[in-house]
Structures are given as C-alpha cells and as structure tokens.
Ligand binder design. Sequence first.
Ligand SMILES: [Zn+2]
Length: 201
Amino acid sequence: MDSIDKLVAILKNFPTVGSRTAGRFVYYLMKLPKERTDELIGAILELKNKIKLCEMCFQPYEASAKEGLCNICSSTSRNKNLLCIIEKETDLASLESTKKYNGLYFILGGTVATMKKEDIDQLRIEQLKNRIKGNNFTEIIVALNPTPEGRTTSVLVEQTIKELGLSPALKITHLARGIPVGGELEYADEETLESALEGRK
Ligand SMILES: [Zn+2]
C-alpha cells in the first residue's frame, strides 16, 4: 500500500468521512507546507498526551491541577443531585450549549441494538452503577437519542438503575418529544434541545 492509500484508509474511518472525502483530505495534506503538517502531527500527539477521560462522567478533558475530574464534575456551582445520561461527548456539548442544564453528566459510550451481553459490554454499564450507587441523585435524566438503538439502550439503562434498588423518591425522566424520531441530539438546534430538556418527564 502506498502512502496515499495508507492515509486514505486511515481517514475514511473518521466519523462522517468516506473514501472520497478522505481522498480530498490527503490531496489537501500533500499541498500543505511542511511546517503546517508538523503542526498537525504535533497537535494530534498533544491531544493524545494531554487529554484524559474524566473519572466521573468520562468526558475527555485536558489534565490540569484538578486531577481526575473534568471542569463540570469538579465545579462547585453544578447541581450534584441531577445526573444526565447521554450517549457520547458531542451530546454533552450540545446540551451544554443550551445553558439550561446545571446538573452532572454520564457518558455511556454508545448505544446497543440488542440486549446481548457482547453488545452491552461495549457500554459503561458497570461504571454507571458505580457512579449512581452511594450518590444522592434526586433525578436521573436518560437523554439518549430517539433512534431504535437509543430506545433499546434507554430500557437497559432504566433496568440497570432500578436493579440498584435506590430510593423510590428518585425520579427517572426522559427528554420531551421535540427531538425528531430517528434524530440525534448532536444535530438538534439549541431551541429544540432546550424545550426537550425543559419538558422532560
Ligand atoms: Zn466529568
């Protein structure tokens, strides 16, 4: 495999990038001056070296003095009784951009199409149990995408929470409709997301 094919093969695995776009990226990179490609390589290495996953919510964050926790989990102004379970990092960014949610998050790391063990093992279910146990959450919002996988995963998450035998006062809520069926949080506009968050039940 020559260097062009090799790079195309790597880039085409990026989200939303297919072979054709990957090819365009490679030709763009070929035209870049050497110092710009060095800059890119440096930035990727820096990302790998500096970014860690938050121990509580699994959000990637730049490791700093507050070792182990991201800026949301270590913040004193967030409501620590409220937990929002989401699929991925970009959903966190979308919800944060509404500025209507002041609780904490938990990134599940994906969704499942079936309840098979090998699928479930891809998710952070054990970490979720540990996160919820021994913490006084009054409300847990299951904010997964309204796709078939998202719904299957919501059922799984709810079962998991119920099996923990927590206080009956704990509310488990969902985002209100407004997110189009089959749609994804990542692509919802701020207003839609805001009303889905406010109308949760
Ligand atoms: Zn965190």
